[in-house]
Design a protein around this ligand. Sequence first.
Ligand code: 5GP
Length: 214
Amino acid sequence: MNFEDMKSQRRGLMIVLSSPSGAGKTTLTRRLLSENSDMAMSVSATTRKPRPGEKDGADYFFVDKAKFSVMIDEGEFLEHAKVFDNYYGTPRGPVEDSLVSGKDVLFDIDWQGAQQLTQASSDDLVKIFILPPGMQELEKRLRSRAQDSDDVIAKRMSKSEAEISHWAEYDYVIVNDDVDMAMAELSAIIIAERLKRKRQLWLGPFVKTLVQGG
Ligand code: 5GP
């Protein structure tokens, strides 16, 4: 087996991105996915109603509360939590499939989900928290999306502080003041995490052939 084939044999990372709503996480996630063909997004199930433009099966699996309960009972979720007034959960199957096939999986989940994944599978996990540069900027970004009512925005702003209070539970924290800088920082984290010795399962056999003059 040549060097490139050996190197491609790896188990994927579980990359959790958490932030208060409006910190720019969606933009960063989209860019990461478009720049990394060996990365997949975990599509969550939720009981919240779709926003304009959101597609079932792509942004979320939109389900009702009854279906969500059945999914919990049947052990279909890797983690699940109530966020605001709705339920959200990460379906287990697609995540395992991606990891085994050597793809990294991105999770856009809240601090509760991050805590549950830490307990379930901490070896593969990299937790990154995205902060806004200021709370006024956060509100401006929430309003410019113009998809939520004033009521919902006020509620999300008040929840933002609670989400931010969990920043210290993450491995990395990025302040998203400039999106290009934040992207560069995110990419640096992911490259370094992929290079960790314990994750490069191919190194043992490679070094063996190396010292044998292969
Ligand atoms: P939104 O309704 O704005 O799409 O998401 C609201 C919050 O729910 C965000 O903080 C998002 O990260 C979180 N979230 C989305 N999917 C999941 C999930 O599967 N599990 C958990 N724990 N949180 C989620």
